[in-house]
Design a binder for this molecule. Structure first.
Ligand code: SAH
Length: 229
């Protein structure tokens, strides 16, 4: 079997064993996950594990989320196809591509220029012209393209950033991990006019969201070195 077939087999197995079996039932999302080459978003030295049931290191002390968590968070957004979606925490760009398959336009924000550049390159190579990667502090959102019918935050905040709540469209949904440094609660926000509802969905562990409305900033230099693809 060649490498492409092996990746494809691992991907079908990932969807059956990690998604369907655990209750992901959005058929369109499952079809996207069966098709999207997750291994392309993972550094060479991690590729054999690209479809494994855990997060992987992508350099700059950051991770690509566990596949099931990507599916679970995406399903919570209940996308129909005509949305403009804001993602905070581009990382590898894999979650960004999943969103790109399910909506009209994606703005994805990343605070490390190295990760932002690499993800933007990958997404362009795969032909996603309706996805923009923005290198900036995502805790402040991206007001010029607001409001967003859906917002997905893939790093953990001490509190939900008010800027993101403001940029959520009427009727919109936001999924964000909020809590302490070691464990957080995945929250689903829904907005109806000035009424915001928040539900706790699942305990999770994410890397910190750092910025003006997140955890304090740290050195943003990053030597990806061995992580180069
Ligand atoms: N969705 C990504 C997850 C990456 S991990 C994937 O599956 O690959 C979370 C990312 O959030 C990291 O790349 C981190 O650098 C980024 N991040 C943290 N704080 C941020 C901020 N304030 N603005 C934008 N990105 C941020």
């Amino acid at each position: 079997m060649n490498a492409a077939d092996e990746f494809n087999l691992a991907r079908q197995r990932m969807v059956n064993e990690q998604m369907v079996w655990r209750g992901i039932d959005d058929e369109h999302l499952l079809e996207v996950l069966r098709r999207l080459p997750r291994h392309v978003f993972v550094p060479m030295i991690e590729r054999a594990d690209a479809y494994a049931d855990h997060p992987l290191a992508i350099g700059c002390n950051q991770t690509i989320s566990q596949p099931y968590i990507v599916a679970y968070m995406t399903q919570l957004l209940a996308l129909k196809g005509d949305e403009t979606v804001l993602e905070v925490g581009t990382g590898s760009g894999y979650q960004t591509a999943v969103l790109g398959e399910l909506c009209r336009r994606v703005i994805s924000m990343e605070r490390y220029s190295d990760l932002a550049e690499l993800a933007a390159q990958r997404l362009a190579q795969l032909g996603y012209n309706h996805i923009e990667v923005v290198h900036a502090d995502g805790t402040l959102g991206w007001p010029v393209a607001a409001p967003y019918q859906a917002i997905l935050v893939t790093a953990a905040a001490p509190e939900t950033p008010p800027a993101l709540l403001e940029q959520l469209a009427d009727g919109g949904r936001m999924v964000i991990p909020v809590g302490g440094r070691s464990v957080q609660e995945l929250k689903l926000w829904t907005r109806n006019g000035d009424d915001y509802q928040c539900q706790n969905m699942l305990p999770v562990v994410f890397v910190p969201l750092r910025g003006a409305q997140g955890w304090p900033e740290e050195d943003r230099s990053c030597n990806r070195g061995a992580w180069r693809p």
